[in-house]
Design a protein around this ligand. Structure first.
Ligand code: HXC
Ligand code: NAP
Length: 284
């Protein structure tokens, strides 16, 4: 559906781009003409992603980077800019998460997630933002949050706190950095079956129940998220800033609606029950 040169001229840096949704975005952006840099802690998945992109005829590079460490972020940006040219788009995608009862979390456990998600996003965003401001060039930051960034969520409180912080960082900078031509947006995915997320958060035994919460009846496909992100980076979308687009098959709306569980009742049975509740014509 997209022109194959839609992202030509863009140099996109994706944190956590070696796996899961980050890799799906990397491959899609490269297929649309962008040069793509993937960064993360482990070299192997990064190298595999770059190889897959090269085999498909795209241009990509990778650099080791721990987003918790500002010096590591600066070094990684230096390395990828030396290979691909100035970065024009940052995708804050790296994350850490696990299920735990909050009263059992150590201070270190809380830090382990928040330092990747919130501090890491801050380090990457300010590293690129400072470069764009100094160069007088435009830039775009797209952060991957979650649907519980607004509501919070039981049993993933470090992630919920951190994602809420990332969302607010995007909204704050959308205003503060608009004068520099820097836009900041976000995507809030619902459940996408990646190895990283589902191995930690969604054991097989939970799938059936989880699917019932999604009105459209299935989990997301990474290529669908990559397509949304590609559109958001495209020349068709240059006025959006401070926005967060939810992609979750309706899950978060169903969770919040008073009567939404009624959709789980077979429709004929439901309509029969509703008709029996209806007062008869002329009755009181
Ligand atoms: C309680 C835990 C724990 C757990 C770790 N800790 N796992 N506490 N329950 N399951 C504690 C440890 O005991 C330790 O505290 C502290 O956290 C740090 O642990 P490390 O293993 O040293 O951390 P580190 O090596 O930095 O690894 C970070 C990590 C790990 C987050 C724990 O899982 C990771 O690297 N994740 C990256 C990928 C990832 O998580 N992907 C999923 C994203 S999905 P003490 O006190 O013992 O020292 C996502 C989706 C959201 O975000 C929405 C889904 C619908
Ligand atoms: P994933 O494959 O586990 O992706 C997380 C990535 O972050 C990994 O590539 C990991 O690589 C990298 N990372 C972790 N710590 C890092 C650090 N300190 N420095 C640099 N990179 C680091 O999981 P995913 O499902 O694709 O998640 C991608 C994004 O989508 C995350 O922001 C997640 O919160 C969000 N999301 C996912 C879902 C879902 O259902 N899948 C739902 C909502 C939101 P290394 O370990 O090699 O560093």
């Amino acid at each position: 559906m997209f022109a194959t040169d839609m992202l030509q001229g863009e140099v996109v840096l994706i944190t956590g781009g070696g796996t899961g949704l980050g890799r799906a975005m990397a491959e899609r952006f490269a297929g649309l003409g962008a040069k793509v840099a993937v960064v993360g802690r482990r070299q192997e998945p990064l190298a595999q992603t770059v190889q897959a992109i090269a085999l498909a005829g795209g241009k990509a590079s990778h650099a080791a980077c721990d987003v918790r460490d500002p010096a590591s972020v600066a070094a990684a940006v230096d390395a990828v800019e030396a290979q691909l040219g100035s970065v024009t788009v940052l995708i804050n995608n790296a994350a850490g998460n696990f299920l735990a009862a909050t009263e059992e979390l150590s201070a270190n456990a809380f830090d382990a997630v928040v330092k990747i998600v919130l501090n890491g996003t801050f380090h990457c965003t300010t590293e690129l933002g400072k470069r764009w401001i100094a160069r007088g060039t435009k830039g775009h930051v797209l952060s991957i949050v979650t649907t519980y960034a607004w509501t919070g969520s039981a049993f993933v409180t470090p992630s919920a706190c951190a994602k809420a912080g990332v969302l607010v960082l995007m909204k704050s900078l959308a205003v503060e950095w608009a004068c520099y031509g820097i836009r900041c947006n976000a995507i809030a995915p619902g459940p996408f079956p990646t190895e990283g997320a589902f191995s930690r958060l969604m054991p097989d035994a939970m799938h059936e129940e989880a699917l019932k919460q999604v009105p459209l009846g299935r989990f997301g496909r990474p290529d669908e998220l990559a397509s949304l992100a590609a559109y958001m980076l495209s020349p068709m979308n240059t006025w959006m800033t401070g926005e967060c687009v939810t992609l979750d098959g309706g899950e978060v709306l169903k969770a919040g609606q008073e009567f939404s569980r009624m959709v789980d009742v077979p429709r004929d049975e439901l309509k029969l029950a509703l008709s029996m509740m209806r007062p008869s014509k002329g009755g009181k």
